[in-house]
Write a protein that binds this ligand. Structure first.
Ligand SMILES: Nc1ncnc2c1ncn2[C@@H]1O[C@H](COP(=O)(O)OP(=O)(O)O)[C@@H](O)[C@H]1O
Length: 286
């Protein structure tokens, strides 16, 4: 904890994160059994000014689908979806002083320093606060025990959703990932059809193809090559899997085994979270 305290004292960014998150966030939300299917977060989603909005985290290997489901839930719950990978990519695409150092780290599949990621996150939270945001769904943070400890010191996390998928499917999904260079939307050209074998269930995921106006502008992330994806998975297992245990030990982790693509997984995720998609949005989300 000495290192943590030093970090908190010595970096303005960590102090900013502390001051942002402490303000007005007093309610702790208890959880029941952290098991898929039987888990019932005791949350109410009413917009009572006395209540704060949800503070959730999405964990899971690179490419598992954190961004997809965190973004859908953020729209449903009216809270910002904050992905630290996006913050890193924004910094990378700027011509700021950090861009070349960051490119080297990210393109090797390594993690950015805790100090820098907290600086980027603090900046994003401050901008959101100025725009009247409250609550959040974090995606890609925390990724180390040190980051989890810092967050734990400064605020209450209600729920941590841990998305799980077999590794061969994760690699295929990462290699099929494409982004529209114009609108920034994510697509996936992988057609996954794994047959049931030796008791392991089969899995089907249809490709998520772009509309015509995005189809000619597709780009692949520089860190979505097979070599870098495997490195990222190895780093996830070493550095980020302990974060799962950190939250499991605190009774906040909900493991969620993805049963397939979005059409199968989204309704099941809503069900285990005790949430309902409003009728009007069902067709748009399918
Ligand atoms: N919390 C974090 N700590 C350290 N590095 C991070 C963090 N979040 C993102 N990064 C950096 O940004 C890269 C891309 O992150 P992300 O988009 O979340 O990718 P992934 O598909 O691996 O989940 C990571 O490989 C890492 O270099």
């Amino acid at each position: 904890m000495a290192v943590l305290n030093r970090l908190l004292r010595s970096t303005t960014s960590a102090a900013n994160l502390t001051s942002y998150l402490r303000r007005g966030f007093a309610t702790t939300v208890a959880t029941d059994s952290p098991q898929t299917g039987s888990f019932t977060p005791s949350l109410t989603f009413k917009k009572d000014p006395q209540d704060r909005n949800v503070q959730w985290i999405f964990l899971g290997c690179p490419g598992v689908g954190k961004g997809t489901y965190a973004s859908r839930l953020s729209k449903l719950l009216g809270v910002p979806h904050i992905a630290t990978g996006d913050l890193v990519r924004e910094e990378l695409s700027s011509s700021g002083p950090l861009a070349s150092t960051l490119a080297e780290i990210v393109n090797q599949g390594k993690l950015v320093s805790d100090e820098l990621i907290i600086k980027l996150l603090s900046k994003r939270l401050e901008m959101g606060e100025a725009a009247g945001e409250s609550g959040f769904i974090l995606d890609g943070f925390p990724r180390t025990i040190n980051q989890a400890e810092i967050l734990d010191e400064v605020t209450d996390i209600d729920l941590v959703v841990n998305l799980k998928l077999r590794e061969d499917v994760i690699v295929a999904k990462c290699l099929g990932r494409r982004i529209c260079s114009e609108c920034g939307k994510n697509f996936n050209v992988a057609h996954i059809d794994v047959k049931e074998e030796n008791g392991s269930p089969g899995m089907y995921m249809a490709p998520l193809l772009p509309p015509d106006h995005c189809a000619t502008k597709m780009v692949t992330r520089a860190d979505d090559t097979e070599e870098v994806v495997k490195k990222r998975l190895q780093i996830y297992n070493e550095m980020s899997q302990p974060v799962e245990e950190f939250y499991r030990n605190r009774g906040k982790l909900m493991d969620f085994d993805l049963p397939g693509g979005i059409p199968e997984s989204w309704p099941k995720l809503l069900h285990v979270l005790n949430l309902e998609q409003p009728e009007s949005r069902r067709s748009a989300a399918a």
